[in-house]
Design a protein. Structure first.
Length: 324
């Protein structure tokens, strides 16, 4: 048996900011995750009353306490929160702050404080990993020269040290809009950080859309991987439209010039580009131990996506992980 645990990201149930806010909706989603065979749920950081699962303050307001939320999870058959996914550039109504950047030295104390806020919650929710968006979108900032990489490294070193005090690992997530997908930027950032403090989040879907083979990342940085997200890719950003300003809307959401209807899908989807058995075997060879969280991003049929992912996990990937 390995130390791999299987989780599911709940964000795919929320296509719009004002959707998926009622307790009964959360209960149905969590019970679907449970019956699909997953033992943990990943929460996406969010703000305001439209995000009742989005941060510690909202969890306490909606469930009374972390213990109350864990009781709710247990009642749905989900033992733990695997992780929180935190993007510093998201505004916070709870803190009355705008976007923060890990590249701005003045923002680092607030980024660290916010990371600790989530880490403290994770320790009480059974989680062990804070997944952080490692860098802003490439089209919205200056290119990552050595000075910028130094600032990024300093920020995440400080965050990693602070979250580790609460028993929570920090893992850098590279999405397909990130400036870190260019050249050897990710390699150079990891060289500037300490492995014990700053890990890597392997997202198969984001890397594949970026034109990066996830297997190559496992081969080069297997010892730095602290978290894995299994998400399939349905297209590749071959024209490098990620460099456009405001690509979050024009490219990721609207599909770019090719009007890609969906960049991502759940593992098992028809036409998927990721070889999940190969990635699983590579992770085992790298002696990976930790959460593998399935995801789809917003799905037109989230329950069906979770059940299909659960089938792939139980029938194909868990037997590989268990050496059968």
């Amino acid at each position: 048996m390995t130390g791999i645990r299987w989780g599911y990201a709940i964000n795919q149930w929320k296509p719009q900011f004002d959707d998926f806010v009622r307790r009964e909706q959360h209960e149905r989603a969590l019970k679907t995750i449970s019956i699909a065979g997953f033992e943990g749920v990943e929460l996406t950081a969010g703000t305001g009353r439209w995000e009742p699962l989005g941060n510690p303050q909202q969890l306490a307001a909606n469930f009374g306490s972390f213990a109350g939320f864990r009781e709710f999870l247990a009642g749905c058959g989900v033992p733990a929160v695997s992780s929180f996914h935190y993007d510093p550039q998201q505004r916070s109504m709870e803190h009355l702050t705008g976007p923060l950047s890990p590249l701005a030295e003045a923002d680092v104390p607030a980024v660290v404080a916010r990371a600790v806020w989530f880490a403290e919650a994770l320790t009480q929710l059974g989680g062990s990993v804070l997944v952080v968006r490692a860098a802003p979108s490439a089209g919205d900032d200056e290119p990552l020269d050595d000075a910028a990489l130094h600032r990024l490294a300093a920020c995440w070193q400080t965050v990693g040290r602070a979250t580790l005090e609460h028993g929570v690992r920090t893992a850098l997530h590279v999405d397909f809009l990130s400036a870190l997908r260019s050249g050897d930027a990710l390699d150079r950032l990891l060289e500037r950080t300490e492995p014990d403090l700053v890990g890597l989040a392997l997202d198969t879907g984001e890397l594949t859309v970026a034109g990066i083979d996830p297997l190559s990342i496992v081969e080069r940085h297997g010892d730095r991987i602290r978290y894995v997200r299994f998400k399939d890719a349905l297209a590749v950003d071959e024209a490098e439209e990620y460099r456009q300003p405001h690509a979050e809307y024009a490219v990721r959401q609207r599909g770019g010039t090719r009007e890609i209807p969906r960049w991502f899908g759940e593992p098992g989807i028809d036409g998927g580009l990721v070889d999940f058995p190969a990635v699983t075997r590579a992770l085992l060879a790298a002696r990976y131990s930790g959460w593998i969280v399935f995801a789809s991003d917003p799905s037109p049929h989230p329950a069906a996506s979770a059940l299909l992912g659960g089938y792939v996990m139980q029938r194909e990937l868990r037997p590989i992980a268990n050496g059968r």
